[in-house]
Design a protein around this ligand. Structure first.
Ligand code: SAM
Length: 281
């Protein structure tokens, strides 16, 4: 038992929280498991935590039991609020719940660094949130680390290395500015209802500075174009990025006949720097 609150099955029944597919609601009901996920974020004492999508609050309870200084839980589904209010009462002053879309919340209005992000993300906005956390114009960002549950296939794309099938935009944006590791895998049965796929927790520790210099917007644009047509040679997949793409590829030391999958993060950053020079000569 991690706290004195009722078991999650009782909470769900009491508040009639029938999971909704459209909101990506696959709940974790085993509090030992949610505490284990919370521990993957490291020592939470002295840290504020942003949790996206607390649902009935299993992971929220894990985070508070693990000693988080303060948790900001952003939940889109208003049906979950009464269940979360019970947790607020059990941890006075430590939990703030906001009924909102996580894509719209200004985190620094509510939390004070050091901030860790820990979430069992809804599949429909998971990658969008990750990309936003990784691509602010300035670095370092407001967060120290991200500990996130994804479907396993997405987790594999985050930690992938060049030359492998899952290597692409997510691997480059993640590893350019953070150290990314897959720290746990979970079978479908760990969730209620069980999803069709396996899941995994990825831990991303931000780097003090990006691995290689590049403008976040330009790098994102170049990488997105390159992998959008990943079977094509770069000279053709990147045509829309610049009229001079062949010259930029050559200046960055990349063969124009190469495919995006073969190109390292370092080389993509060199290419982004060449493309950026066009606008700021
Ligand atoms: N954290 C809970 C757990 O582990 O059992 C629930 C995880 S469930 C996979 C995802 C949660 O995100 C749901 O509670 C869902 O209502 C919520 N959600 C979906 N879209 C959201 C959004 N745009 N902003 C905030 N929460 C969202």
């Amino acid at each position: 038992m991690i706290d004195r609150l009722p078991p999650l099955r009782d909470v769900i029944a009491a508040h009639d929280l029938q999971p909704k597919k459209a909101l990506g609601q696959n709940f974790l009901l085993d509090l030992n498991l949610t505490a284990k996920i919370a521990r993957q974020a490291g020592d939470l004492t002295g840290c504020d935590v942003l949790e996206v999508g607390p649902g009935p609050g299993g992971l929220t309870r894990g985070l508070l039991a693990e000693g988080a200084r303060r948790v900001l839980a952003v939940e889109k589904d208003a049906r979950c609020l009464p269940a979360l209010a019970e947790i607020e009462t059990a941890y006075p002053g430590q939990l703030q719940v906001i009924n909102a879309d996580a894509l719209e919340v200004d985190v620094l209005q509510h939390l004070t660094p050091p901030i860790r992000v820990v979430a069992n993300l809804p599949y429909n906005v998971g990658t969008e949130l990750l990309v936003r956390w990784l691509t602010p114009q300035d670095w370092p960002p407001y967060w120290d680390s991200l500990t996130l549950m994804f479907q396993k296939e997405v987790a594999q794309r985050i930690v992938a290395t060049p030359g492998t099938k899952p290597y692409g935009r997510l691997a480059i944006l993640s590893q350019w500015r953070a150290e990314a590791r897959m720290v746990m895998t979970l079978p479908p049965e760990a969730f209620t209802p069980p999803p069709k796929v396996h899941s995994a927790v990825v831990h991303l520790q931000r780097l003090a500075a990006p691995l290689f210099e590049a403008d976040a917007k330009v790098l994102s644009r170049v990488v997105a174009a390159g992998f959008n047509q990943r079977r094509k040679m770069l000279r053709s997949s990147l045509k829309g990025v610049s009229a001079d793409i062949e010259a930029h590829l050559s200046a960055a030391g990349i063969k124009s006949t190469e495919r995006a999958e073969q190109v390292s993060i370092e080389a993509f950053c060199a290419l982004a720097r060449e493309v950026a020079k066009e606008k700021a000569p």
